[in-house]
Design a protein around this ligand. Structure first.
Ligand code: F6P
Length: 369
C-alpha cells in the first residue's frame, strides 16, 4: 500500500457538511477516472470502512461517472458525514458507564490495505484533516481538501462553504431589517462559526448591520446598548446585532450547549443571552433569530462550486505527482499545496487589525468594545 503507481483511491467527507462537498466529490471522481484509476467512496467519514455491517449498500463503494452525475449544485454530501467516532479518540463505554477514548488508527490502516486502496482524499475541517495527517504519517498516501463554513482553517485563504454561508446569512439579515424597522425592535441574529468570527463579520458588514459581536473581541454589553441608544437619538428606532455563536462578554465564557466524549463542544445560546441583556438594559423590545444549520444547507454559490471543483481536481493532480501529507489550499490566483501538519496546527481567527475590521469601524459598526 502507498507505494508505486496509483490504481485505486478513496474519498471521504468528515465533520459538519458544507455546501460544495458534492462538487469536490464529482471533481475527484472524474479526474481519477480520466487517469484510469478506480475511485471508492467511504460512507460517513471512516464509519463505512470501520463498520461495513451498518451499510447494506456498502460502507466502501465504487464511484463511477453516473454516480456523480448532476450533483455539483447540491448541498450535503452523497457520501454522508459525521463528527462522531474520531478514530484517533474513539469513545468506548466502560462497564461503569464512564467513557474512555482509544486510538484505532492502526486498525484503520489495515482496513485500507485490505481494500487495496492506494490513497485517500480526505475532505474535512480541522478534525478530519488531523486524522488524515496521522494516516499519512503511518504510510497511507493522503491529500486533504479543506472544508468548513467557518473559514477557520490556516493556510488557505478561504474554505468552500464559507461564501454560501455568508451569502445566505446576509440575505436573511436583509429580510430582518424591514421587520425590525416596522416594529422598532432590536433584532439579534446568531450565526455559526465556532470560535472564529468570519461569518458574523462578513455577513454583518455586507448587510449593513449596526453591531457585530465576534469571539475575537469580547464585548461589553454597555457598549452594545450605548450604540443602540445612540441610533435612537438619531431617529433610527431599530438596530440589527449580528452575534457569532462563539461571541462572549468580557470576562465571560463561550455559550456551550453540549460536550460529549470524542466530539467538539457544541456552541449555542449566545444570541438569546445577548437579546435578554439588550432588552433589560435598553428597554427596547428585542428578538433573537438563530440561523444555525440553515447556513450549512442549500446550493453552493458559484464561488464555492468553482473552488470545490478546483480543489477536487488539484487533489487528484497532487496524488498523480506523488505528493502526500498535504492539503490543497487557495493562494490566489492559484491552488497550492501546503503540509497537512501546518494546516492543522492552529485555528485561523479574525486578525484584529485586518482591513475588514478596520472597514467596519470606519463605517461606525460597533464591536461592543
Ligand atoms: O464547523 C461547522 C459548524 O457548523 C459550526 O459552525 C458549528 O458550531 C458546528 O459545526 C455545529 O455542529 P453540529 O452539526 O454538530 O451541530
Amino acid at each position: 500500500m502507498g507505494k508505486g503507481k496509483i490504481k485505486r483511491i478513496a474519498i471521504n467527507t468528515g465533520g459538519g457538511d458544507a455546501p460544495g462537498l458534492n462538487a469536490v466529490i464529482r471533481a475527484v471522481v472524474l479526474s481519477a477516472l480520466k487517469r484510469g484509476w478506480e475511485c471508492y467512496g467511504i460512507r460517513e467519514g471512516y464509519q463505512g470502512i470501520m463498520f461495513p455491517e451498518r451499510y447494506p449498500e456498502g460502507g466502501v463503494f465504487r464511484l463511477t461517472g453516473p454516480s456523480v452525475r448532476g450533483i455539483t449544485h447540491l448541498g450535503g454530501t452523497i457520501l454522508g458525514t459525521t463528527n462522531r467516532g474520531n478514530p484517533m479518540r474513539f469513545p468506548i463505554k466502560n462497564p461503569d458507564g464512564t467513557v474512555k477514548e482509544i486510538d484505532r488508527t492502526d486498525e484503520l490502516m489495515e482496513l485500507f490495505a485490505r481494500h487495496e486502496l492506494d490513497a485517500l482524499i480526505a475532505v474535512g475541517g480541522d478534525g478530519s484533516l488531523a486524522i488524515a495527517n496521522v494516516l499519512h504519517k503511518k504510510g497511507l498516501k493522503v491529500v486533504g481538501v479543506p472544508k468548513t463554513i467557518d473559514n477557520d482553517l490556516e493556510k488557505t485563504v478561504i474554505t468552500f462553504g464559507f461564501d454560501t454561508a455568508v451569502s445566505f446569512a446576509t440575505s436573511c439579515i436583509d429580510r430582518l431589517n424591514s421587520t425590525a424597522e416596522a416594529h422598532q425592535r432590536v433584532m439579534v441574529v446568531e450565526v455559526m462559526g465556532r470560535y472564529a468570527g468570519w461569518i458574523a463579520l462578513n455577513a454583518g458588514i455586507a448587510s449593513a448591520s449596526d453591531v457585530i459581536l465576534i469571539p475575537e473581541i469580547p464585548y461589553d454589553i454597555n457598549k452594545v446598548i450605548e450604540k443602540i441608544l445612540d441610533r435612537e437619538k438619531r431617529g433610527r428606532f431599530f438596530s440589527i446585532v449580528v452575534v457569532a455563536e462563539g461571541a462572549r462578554p468580557v470576562g465571560g465564557g463561550y455559550s456551550v450547549i453540549e460536550k460529549e466524549a470524542g466530539k467538539a463542544e457544541r456552541l449555542g445560546g449566545a444570541g438569546e443571552q445577548l437579546a435578554k441583556l439588550i432588552q433589560d438594559g435598553s428597554g427596547k423590545e428585542t428578538r433573537c433569530v438563530v440561523l444555525g444549520h440553515l447556513l450549512r444547507g442549500g446550493s453552493p454559490t458559484m464561488f464555492d462550486r468553482l473552488l470545490s471543483i478546483r480543489f477536487g481536481a488539484a487533489a487528484v493532480r497532487a496524488l498523480e505527482e506523488g505528493q502526500s501529507g498535504i492539503m490543497v489550499a487557495l493562494d490566489p490566483p492559484t491552488v497550492n499545496y501546503v503540509p497537512l501538519e501546518q494546516a492543522t496546527k492552529r485555528m485561523k481567527t479574525v486578525p484584529l487589525d485586518c482591513d475588514t475590521i478596520l472597514t467596519a469601524r470606519d463605517l461606525g459598526i460597533s464591536f461592543g468594545d
